[in-house]
Each structure stands twice: as C-alpha cells, then as structure tokens.
Design a protein around this ligand. Structure first.
Ligand code: CTP
Length: 411
C-alpha cells in the first residue's frame, strides 16, 4: 500500500520515525510529507533516509511532477502523526499553504489524524470544533493518550504509542477495500421541498446524514461519486461531486442524467410524493382572507422510473448484447430506501418488487428513530429473498454493508 505520513510541528515528531519504520518493515511504501515546522524538530535527511523518497514541505519543489496533487491522489492512506492543533485547523478549513495541506485536499483515500498537543489546546472549543468537522467528513481522528506532556504537565494530549497508531491505520486500511475503484456511483440524499409560495414549502425531516455517509464511504472505497443533495446543510463529503437540488423535479432531472452511465444508483433521499398543483408567485397573505385549500398532485416516482427504464433497456437488448448479461445495462445495481412506520418488512418486500430495485434498505421511522440521529438500524432486503439485518450503529456502518452487497453484485 502507498502510505503518506504527514508530520506536523510538535515535539512528538521524533516518534513518527518509529511509525514510519513499522510501515516500511511490513512492506508499505511510505512518502513522508512534513510541515516546515516539523522540519525544525526532525530534519529532511532523516525522513528521506528512512523512507527512501525525497522529502519536502513545499509545493515548489519538483513542480514538473505536480506533487501537490499526485501524492494525495496516489495514496491508499494518509496518516498525520503528530497532528498539531494548527494542522487540524488548517485541514478542517481546507487551507492549502504547504505540501501536506495540499495532499490532504487531494487525497480521496482514508485519512487518519493522530493529534498531539497540550491539554488546553486539545480541549479548546476551536480544536473540538475542528476535530468534529474532520470526523463528520469521514476522517479518523484518534483520541490522544493521557500522560506526561513536554514539560512538567500531564493530561490528555500525548501522541499515542506508534504501535497503536500503526494498528489503527491497519484497521482503517483493512476495513475499507477499494472494491468500487473505477465504478460510477450516484447517491441521492436529503429531502425534497415542494414550494407553496416563494417562502413556504412542503418538506420532510430527512437530514441527509445517511446519504452523505453512503457518498463518503463509496468515495473511500474508490468510487467516482455524484451526490445529488436535496436541502442538506452538512459539510461536503470528501471525494464526491455535489449537485444541489430543491424540488422532486430537480432531483429527478439530476439523478436521471447522472445515472445514464452509472454502475450504481442509491436513492437515499426522502422524495416528496406529492406537490401543490400550482405555486403562488407571491406570498400568500393573511389579509387575503380565508386560506384556499392546497390541492396536491402526485410526483413522479424516480426509483420506480429507474427500475422501469432499466427493465425496458434489458428487454430491448440485441442477442449479442444479451450474451454480456443483464449487467450490461446501466445502472447495474439500483438501491432504494424505505422508511416505514409499521409492518416494516412486509411493506419493504412489496416495495422492493414494485420498484424493480436490487436492494432495499428498510428502516422504521417515527419519534426519535432514524431522522437526524447519528446512528441507524435497518434490514437490507435483496431481490430474490435474502434479508441482511444491520444492528444499530453509525450510519457509516450501514453504508458499508450496502456497499458490500453492491460490490458483490457488480460484474
Ligand atoms: N422515491 C422516489 N421517488 C418518489 C418517492 C420515493 O424515487 N417520488 C424513492 C426514495 O428515494 C426511496 C424509495 O423510493 O428510495 C422509497 O420511498 P418511500 O417514500 O418509502 O416509498 P413510497 O414509494 O413513497 O411508498 P409509500 O409512500 O407507499 O410508503
């Protein structure tokens, strides 16, 4: 595996030499990218000799090789150890003033931060917010160890033992196969809104968290991801191209156009089934008298349309094409979601058949369940019979189960 070891300017930089050795001795190729400040603690010759690669903190060296893009794009894992408060802040805000922060912006692989700093800095609200931002984007931020710090002080902020960081990195590498590399994936997320007038709409409670977790994990598994986001206010997931939409009509347009050559489409968005028959051009005023009833009309069912289009395309295949199998028609795998309040599995089975999808993720919704919460529990129904139970856990875990099932169905 190609590992980028980012080293930022803390006294613990010397411990990163040990981490580097653990990687190289187990056969990984390591490229060290220190910050300028890190080089004040451990010099470039040490990193170059231990890694066998040239070392620079700047984007201005070896420019013909475009290192600020190439290093991040080619990595299977980026680990920043030690990660100072400063580098966490710069990474959280997308700054790109040196080679390491450029590498963090171009890497689509998993990223692990191993922070090390004084307790006050680790506990400061600014650092807490930066760590939360990085985690929400899918980065793994290892909690620092507690113990003796640089001076006489003790407390949380110590760089964990290099062997521990190494094990955490191996878990991240093993947990995310790059089995979607070269695959085009479309994920819809959030909830559509149907305008009543310029200020009011009919909408739903979807936060977009599950769709964003799907987009993030697919990108981490190597997919080229288009994320069609309906009214989501979460930070953009790394490695996904985002198309923002508001209404069901806009979502339909974006999903159908991105799906034309996609391998996989996942409809995680909560799509409004109905919209007002007409939209008022001006705000409806109380002074207009008694309100008019809002007449609703049905929206198109995008998931059912995707399934129907694929079915028609498969029927129209020529004999030659047919030999390539049904997988020759995109999207090769269609995944739907179903939020049910009762008779969850029976409704799910019926919906899977009705919408012509390959997988249907069914979960129970209602007070305090699923919407806006960090975790989710669900059953993934597979066309043809199998049902995979996913116990309550982070939405990323459910996303990984979905991608495991999808990857097994791709030709
Ligand atoms: N969906 C869609 N277009 C719609 C409605 C839903 O593509 N107009 C998709 C959702 O993104 C989801 C799946 O269909 O993947 C199931 O949505 P759900 O609202 O549970 O199903 P409905 O078809 O609306 O069925 P019902 O309201 O009867 O439960």
């Amino acid at each position: 595996m190609k590992v980028v070891l980012g080293v930022s300017g803390g006294i613990a930089a010397y411990k990163a030499c040990e981490l580097l050795r653990l990687f190289t001795e187990s056969g990984h190729e390591v490229r060290v990218v220190p910050t300028r400040e890190a080089l004040k603690f451990v010099g470039a010759p040490t990193w170059a000799a231990l890694s066998g690669h040239p070392v620079s903190a700047e984007v201005w060296d070896d420019v013909h090789e475009v290192p600020h893009v190439r290093i991040g794009k080619g990595a299977d894992l980026v680990v920043v150890a030690p990660a100072t408060a400063d580098v966490l802040a710069r990474a959280a805000h997308g700054l790109a003033g040196d080679l390491l922060t450029n590498t963090l912006l171009t890497a689509t692989c998993p990223v692990v931060f191993a922070p090390a700093m004084h307790t006050e800095m680790w506990q400061h609200a600014a650092t807490r917010a930066n760590v939360a931002t990085l985690r929400s984007r899918g980065a793994v931020v290892i909690d620092p160890a507690a113990g003796r710090l640089t001076g006489a002080d003790t407390g949380p902020g110590r760089l964990p033992d290099p062997a521990e960081i190494f094990q955490a990195c191996l878990r991240v590498l093993a947990g995310r196969p790059r089995d979607l590399a070269g695959r085009k994936v479309v994920v819809s997320a959030g909830g559509t809104r149907e305008a009543i007038d310029p200020v009011r709409f009919i909408g739903n409670r979807s936060s977009g968290l599950q769709g964003y977790a799907l987009a993030r994990t697919a990108a981490a598994r190597g997919a080229e991801v288009t994320l069609v986001a309906a009214n989501v206010t979460l930070p953009d997931p790394a490695g996904a191209a985002i198309v923002r939409v508001e209404s069901t009509a806009e979502l339909r347009e974006a999903v159908l156009s991105a799906s034309a050559d996609a391998d996989v489409v996942v409809m995680a968005a909560a799509v409004a089934d109905f919209r007002p028959e007409s939209r008022h051009d001006a705000k409806i005023k109380k002074t207009d008298g008694e309100p008019e009833a809002i007449r609703l009309v049905k929206n198109p069912d995008i998931l059912a349309e995707l399934g129907e289009r694929r079915r028609a395309a498969r029927t129209a295949l020529t004999d030659g094409d047919r030999e390539a199998g049904p997988g020759a028609v995109p999207p090769r795998v269609i995944v739907g979601f179903a939020a049910e309040t009762h008779d969850v599995l029976a409704n799910g089975q019926a919906k899977l058949a009705r919408k012509g999808c390959d997988l249907l993720v069914v979960n129970q919704v209602g007070e305090g369940l699923a919407f806006g919460t960090a975790g989710n529990a669900a059953t993934v129904l597979v066309a043809g019979g199998e049902a995979v139970e996913v116990p309550f856990g982070p939405k990323e875990d459910l996303a990984d189960v979905v991608w495991d099932l999808v990857a097994a169905r791709l030709p």
